[in-house]
Design a protein around this ligand. Sequence first.
Ligand code: SF4
Length: 366
Amino acid sequence: MAHTVRLMPRQLAAIRRRLLAWYRANRRALPWRKGRDPYRIWLAEIMLQQTRIAAVIPYYERFLRRFPTVESLARARASEVLKHWAGLGYYSRARNLHRAAREIVRHHDGKFPKALDAALALPGIGRYTAAAILSIAFDAPLAALDGNVARVLARLFAFRVDPSDVKQKHKLAEASQQLLPSYSPGDWNQAMMELGETVCTPRAPHCEVCPLANLCRAKALNLAEKIPSPRRKPASVPMRIAAAILLDPQGRILLTKFPGRHDAVLFSRMWQFPATEVADGLNPASTLARNLRATLGIASNHFAALPPASHAVTFHKLTLLPYLVRVERIPHLPGCRTLPLSKLSDLAVSSATRKIAHGALKFVPR
Ligand code: SF4
């Protein structure tokens, strides 16, 4: 159980002063830290959800070159936005970002709303993201509590908490708001996150270089590595997915977007090869053949197994089983596209689809 933080004003002032001074001297020069444009900050916060900084940077820069303003994003077609997101994963982030851009243009005169309620009403923006954007862009006095900040707080005050527990998270939120200085709240939030990412790391924290070392209770009690308590990881669920690379005599393949059982979970409603889950004990080629007949009306006896590939999506551990399926003619069907395999990157496709296509390229004549 967490406790309310009781700090002497002197301790509180020392924590704030040291952390802000450390941050200003050590902060990394990240592309979203140039200026205080809320659009750029918002985009970074969304891309950084579930994704490492190093992976985000090239996507962030490319996305901004194509959509430099909230208006340009709002004007774009959804498929174009998804295409520029392809590879980053968690595609609902891109769809929400796009919807929110349209709402900002329609209801907020193209300006990111400054009020917390209005920011929270936008698709894809939760309490943490709103606090981060509003504090950094507009100096709003809102503490941003993400996993990194929760860990720093838990250690700083030696809270024996599991930050993934909702009730305990509430206590940490109170502590983070209590620490937030009324001046520079945006720098403060970034300083806490930066400390958690670079110094107070989940394993083997670098207490020897930490600006808060002699104010930290976990360090004094030799508990830094024991806090927070380890999280129970959900077991990953294995799943076999058979996918068909339908190939006609002109060397064209078919991609589909029609709603199916795995659509949202595995492929996020992006362009994909026709695919189906293969239950334990069933033959993948026969399962796929049945699925192709039932969903696309395609019958073929020419199934050639291609090398399998592994792929992880949230808690699913997928084995992708691609088959080259030769057909005389690819039918014109709603929600489907026909194109040469080498042109697949022209469309917004998921990483799993790209993995299948990459493996298939050497087996398909160009
Ligand atoms: Fe984290 Fe160690 Fe700094 Fe405490 S002293 S905040 S445990 S890095």
